[in-house]
Structure formats: structure tokens, C-alpha cells
Design a protein around this ligand. Structure first.
Ligand SMILES: Cc1cc2nc3c(=O)[nH]c(=O)nc-3n(C[C@H](O)[C@H](O)[C@H](O)COP(=O)(O)O)c2cc1C
Length: 173
């Protein structure tokens, strides 16, 4: 891919919080699932688990996410969970407390960009009751939910968000 195309792609993604009912094709779902595993991960362990939520559990997730109803509108919802146990075997406390969370985060970020490349929209949801999400998904082995990603065809014109000035964030030595 032309590098400018990729930079345009990441610059044109914006969060969408209203979705059409139109289902996502199985081909696109499979492409997203593949993309979700393509990122780097600590020791290539891929210390994360991903849950695909299509039906009734979506309503429960809305409640766990403090009423963010767009979760229920989206035809596809993916929940990204860190796997501290898996990561701690090789990386001890740093794996348990940090690397697995980074692994799951990267996986979600890749999926969000991949969705945009396929003409789909999404919003990263991090505001939720972790215990409730764990209960809904019947999480075992200390899996820690990191992000909920509703994905679908946009039913709104997204807000074009701005970014802080680069010099507030990037520092040269
Ligand atoms: C860690 C994290 C948590 C977020 N949690 C929520 C959330 O719970 N609900 C929501 O509507 N948006 C949430 N967002 C989306 C941000 O509000 C959004 O990405 C940000 O305002 C920038 O807008 P953009 O995605 O359109 O560039 C979250 C984003 C991140 C990275």
C-alpha cells in the first residue's frame, strides 16, 4: 500500500456512535478477526482473548457500559480482553500488569483501523463496569476486559475531532 494512503486512512477515522441495522458480511467479519491478530505482542504470545458478540448479550453490555446504547445498534461487537496469566509465565509482574494490556490494546487498535479500511465505523468503549462485563462474558482465568468495540455502518456524520498541538506531546532531546 502507498504510504500516503495509510496516513490518509488513519487520519480519516473518527468515532461513530450511531449504526445502521445492515449486517456485516461474513467476509468482512473474517477479515477483521484476522486483522485483530496481526499486531505486535509481547514475545508474540498474543496475551489476549477476543469475544464476538452478535445477539442478546449486547443489551447486557449496554447496561455494563453505563447505558451506551450504540453497543446494541452495532451488528458486530468485539470485546478485547487481556490475558495476564498467559503473559506472566514469561514476563512475570510486568507481563501481568502491563504487556498483556498493551497486547489487547494493540489488537483492538488494529481492528478499529481495519474496520475503517473496509468502510465500517466503530467507537472504542473503555467506560464500563469491568466486573459486569466479566460476568456477562463468563470470563475465566483472570481475563481482564480492556475495550468494547461496536462495529457497523455509520448512521451519522461523525464529529471531526481535533488533536492537541504536537509540541504539547512530542519532545525532542
Ligand atoms: C481508552 C479509550 C476509552 C474510550 N472510551 C469511550 C467510551 O466509553 N465511550 C465513547 O463514546 N467513546 C470512548 N472513547 C472514544 C474517544 O472518545 C474518541 O476516540 C476520542 O474522542 C477521539 O475521537 P475520534 O475517535 O473520533 O478520533 C474511548 C477511547 C479510548 C482510546
Amino acid at each position: 500500500m502507498n504510504e500516503n494512503n495509510f496516513l490518509d486512512l488513519i487520519s480519516s477515522r473518527h468515532s461513530v456512535r450511531a449504526f445502521k441495522e445492515t449486517p456485516i458480511s461474513e467476509d468482512k467479519i473474517n477479515a477483521l478477526i484476522k486483522a485483530s491478530t496481526k499486531g505486535p505482542s509481547s514475545g508474540n504470545l498474543q496475551s489476549y482473548q477476543i469475544f464476538i458478540i452478535k445477539d442478546t448479550e449486547k443489551e447486557k453490555l449496554v447496561e455494563a457500559a453505563h447505558g451506551q446504547g450504540y453497543i446494541n445498534e452495532a451488528p458486530l461487537v468485539m470485546v478485547f480482553c487481556a490475558d495476564p496469566k498467559k503473559c506472566s509465565i514469561d514476563y512475570g509482574l510486568r507481563g501481568e500488569e502491563l504487556f498483556c494490556i498493551q497486547d489487547a490494546t494493540i489488537s483492538c487498535a488494529y481492528t478499529q483501523i481495519a474496520a475503517h479500511s473496509l468502510g465500517l465505523s466503530s467507537v472504542w468503549i473503555g467506560s464500563f463496569d469491568e466486573d459486569k462485563v466479566s460476568q456477562i462474558l463468563q470470563l475465566r482465568d483472570n481475563l481482564k476486559p480492556i475495550a468494547i468495540l461496536p462495529i457497523g455502518i455509520s448512521n451519522e456524520t461523525p464529529e471531526i475531532t481535533s488533536r492537541r498541538p504536537i509540541d504539547e506531546i512530542v519532545h525532542e532531546f
